[in-house]
Design a protein around this ligand. Structure first.
Ligand code: PLP
Length: 428
């Protein structure tokens, strides 16, 4: 089609770089989510909220590295911390002060996390959180939600698109449907065997679908009933509200036993963490002779610890988190208004959102069911349209705002989406 032809003509260098990579990477790719047809753009540098491509085009970055990029590109405070840290040596093979300091800052924001451990990614954090739940309960089965995503090895989308999941005994329930959870955990064969319920308080990869509050409250009761560990995967949503995640909106007694974190909390470096109740996390205390060994060469790497610490201390303060959340709510509202009466629908929480194209004009998207059947052709068209006008989002319509974006960036983006809707009105 014309939009794709134009994309190809505008980006010969990206095309060549991508084709070269196909010689040594399967499909030229090492992160499935970053591939799109006809080939992905090659980004060579970035600053603030701007990405620069190999072909010399500039893009306003609204993808925000799938939420890891909350600080924008090369935030001066974080960049300085990384440079200074690098000068002092990288691989100590030792304990160092920033570990405890970063952990302390995270604890302040997530009071349900009494003790935590660091990992290198959100995937690994979930791997460990599930292991901890199984050890703590002595049980095996894990309740997950269809279309949930907890990392490349925990993808419950079903069908052929599934990844290679870590083998657990999964019980797959329906998101925002408490009955489906009770049905599973009350089955005679499951009743005494559920180790954990793991949930994203907003389904991220599954389409930015927020959990109903009642659902979250009910999961707490369901976990208590089956003496299972309730795990919130806040890898994506930890930026919400004042930076204390979606759980910050719940009374303490309804919060999870364990939480997994990742993305921006490492200041833009590789990061993951899991933590929660002392009674569970104590199994990792190496002072106990029978403690569980949890290793990882880079768990406490000095760059992540330093970048993460200054980021939380000085940049993504609770106040700025709150502001970003409000900015996101406002933008989503505006995009929803633009889409009203068309096939375009916008979901999300705060600064994280997804633009979807449903097959019929729905009032609202309530569940993943409304999204599964969404129109990929229209998403592709919007993506190419936005790239052509200098806005970078994920092909599937995913957006995560950063602190570097200005009012005028967001205004320009909303106007461009409006132009798209106007120009494509006959097919929307
Ligand atoms: N959990 C959720 C909810 C996520 O969205 C992601 C990544 O997108 C992960 C876990 C995995 O994190 P990572 O990519 O750092 O392994």
């Amino acid at each position: 089609n014309a939009a794709e032809q134009r994309f190809i003509a505008r980006n010969p260098k990206s095309k060549a770089i991508y084709e070269k990579a196909t010689e040594s990477l399967p499909g030229g790719n090492t992160r499935s989510v970053l591939f799109y047809e006809p080939f992905p753009l090659s980004i060579t540098s970035a600053n603030g909220a701007t990405l620069h491509s190999a072909d010399g085009h500039a893009y306003t970055d609204l993808l925000g590295e799938y939420t890891a990029g909350v600080y924008g590109h090369s935030d001066p405070v974080i960049a300085q911390a990384i440079i200074e840290t690098t000068k002092k040596g990288l691989n100590f093979g030792s304990h160092h002060e920033d570990e405890g300091r970063l952990a302390g800052l995270i604890k302040q924001r997530f009071p349900s996390i009494e003790l935590m451990r660091f990992t290198n990614s959100g995937t690994e954090a979930n791997l460990m959180a599930l292991a901890a739940a199984k050890i703590a309960t002595g049980k095996k089965k894990i309740v997950v939600f269809a279309n949930g995503y907890h990392g490349g090895t925990f993808l419950f989308a079903g069908g052929k698109s599934s990844s290679i999941n870590v083998p657990h005994e999964y019980l797959i329930a329906t998101y925002n449907d408490l009955e489906s959870v009770y049905e599973l955990i009350r089955k005679p064969e499951n009743k005494e065997n559920v180790a954990a319920i793991i949930v994203e308080p907003m389904m991220g990869s599954g389409g930015c679908i927020p959990a109903d509050r009642r659902f979250l409250e009910g999961l707490r009761k369901a976990a208590d009933e089956s003496k299972a560990v309730l795990i919130y995967d806040e890898v994506m949503t930890s930026r919400s509200h004042s930076g204390g995640g979606i759980q910050s909106q719940l009374p303490m007694e309804l919060r999870p036993d364990l939480t997994s974190l990742g993305k921006y909390i490492g200041g833009g470096m590789s990061f993951g963490a899991f933590g929660g109740k002392r009674s569970i996390m104590d199994i990792f205390d190496p002072r106990h002779p029978d403690s569980i060994k949890h290793a990882g060469t880079f768990n406490n790497n000095v760059l992540t610890m330093a970048a993460g610490r200054v980021g939380l201390e000085q940049v993504f303060t609770p106040y700025r988190a709150q502001q970003l959340h409000a900015t996101g709510d406002k933008l989503r509202q505006r995009l929803q208004d633009i889409g009203r009466g068309t096939l375009m629908k916008v979901t999300g929480v705060g600064s994280i959102m997804g633009i979807h194209f449903t097959r019929t004009v729905l009032e609202d998207i309530k569940s993943h069911k409304d999204i599964v059947d969404s129109d990929a052709t229209l998403s592709n068209l919007l993506h190419l349209f936005l790239l052509d006008r200098g806005f970078y989002i994920a092909r599937r319509g995913f957006i995560a705002l950063s602190l570097a974006l200005t009012e005028s960036d967001l205004d320009g983006f909303a106007k461009t989406v409006q132009d798209f809707v106007t120009e494509h009105r006959q097919i929307l």
